[in-house]
Ligand binder design. Structure first.
Ligand SMILES: C[S@@+](CC[C@H](N)C(=O)[O-])C[C@H]1O[C@@H](n2cnc3c(N)ncnc32)[C@H](O)[C@@H]1O
Length: 246
């Protein structure tokens, strides 16, 4: 093989490696802050496919009841809001940093928004001043906590808005994120399960514990009848915590 062929092959291999790295880096950025662009749309497609079964399962675990208000943080394209609204008499408040995602989620849940059953805001979890203290029955977030620039402030805010004794369920996929390797940096900030659970206890949450959830072969939750296939990338860890009672 001539030196020129060898050099060309090496050049193509390096170019392919760098392109793949750049692609993964840009996609990871879009997971942390999706916008209405090509990568944002790719991230939304991945979220809808990979997160929906876990989201339905996690919301079923929260046992939403008639008359309750759920706060979802990092609502992204609004699948969680849509599923929570399938629980009769439940009102949903949702918050996401990305205005594009709030617009997308509002379109998806337009009927409930116009009826006042869903209220969707662009905000940072670290500042929930729009939510009164002790007004929320349940908090849910999925694939969300890794991105919070101020983890302690976000958790303090959630503790403040929850009613005494009320639960928070965080659905996380730390093992999948580890597979992203260096592409996850600098967007995924909190990827260590032990430290995240410690931060919840430090913020004042009680009954903090986690459980690996392996889903069955089809969706659970109120939405299960719509049917969806489940594979191992959709399994998740459910982190439970609660606000202490006085
Ligand atoms: C990977 S997406 C997950 C969306 C949805 N929960 C799901 O599982 O499909 C993460 C979302 O978190 C939002 N986000 C990131 N940091 C946030 C913060 N500090 N406060 C509120 N939302 C945040 C992003 O805008 C993005 O929509």
């Amino acid at each position: 093989m001539s030196a020129r062929v060898l050099f060309s092959a090496l050049f193509v291999a390096v170019l392919a490696y760098c392109t793949q790295k750049a692609f993964m880096h840009r996609l990871a950025q879009s997971f942390s802050f999706p916008q209405d662009d090509l990568f944002g749309r790719l991230a939304q497609q991945a979220m809808s496919k990979m997160n929906a079964p876990g989201m339905y399962d996690a919301l079923a675990r929260l046992g939403l009841k008639d008359g309750e208000t759920l706060l979802e943080i990092c609502s992204g394209p609004g699948l969680g809001v849509e599923e929570a609204l399938r629980y009769e008499g439940v009102t949903v408040l949702s918050v996401d940093l990305s205005e594009d995602m709030v617009r997308r989620a509002s379109e998806r849940n337009a009927a409930a928004v116009s009826q006042g059953r869903a209220r969707l805001y662009a905000a940072d979890v670290a500042d929930l001043s729009l939510v009164p203290s002790a007004s929320i029955d349940k908090v849910f977030h999925m694939n969300c906590i890794y991105f919070w620039r101020d983890l302690d402030a976000g958790l303090s805010e959630l503790l403040r808005v929850l009613k005494p004794g009320a639960p928070m369920l965080a659905a996380v996929k730390f093992r999948d994120i580890a597979k992203l390797g260096s592409a996850s940096q600098p967007f995924f900030l909190h990827t260590n399960e032990t430290r995240v659970l410690e931060a919840m206890r430090r913020a004042g949450f009680v009954e903090v514990h986690s459980k690996d959830v392996r889903l069955g072969t089809s969706c659970t939750g109120v939405n299960y009848r719509s049917g969806c296939l489940v594979d191992e990338r959709m399994h998740y860890t459910a982190v439970h915590a609660a606000k202490p009672r006085p």
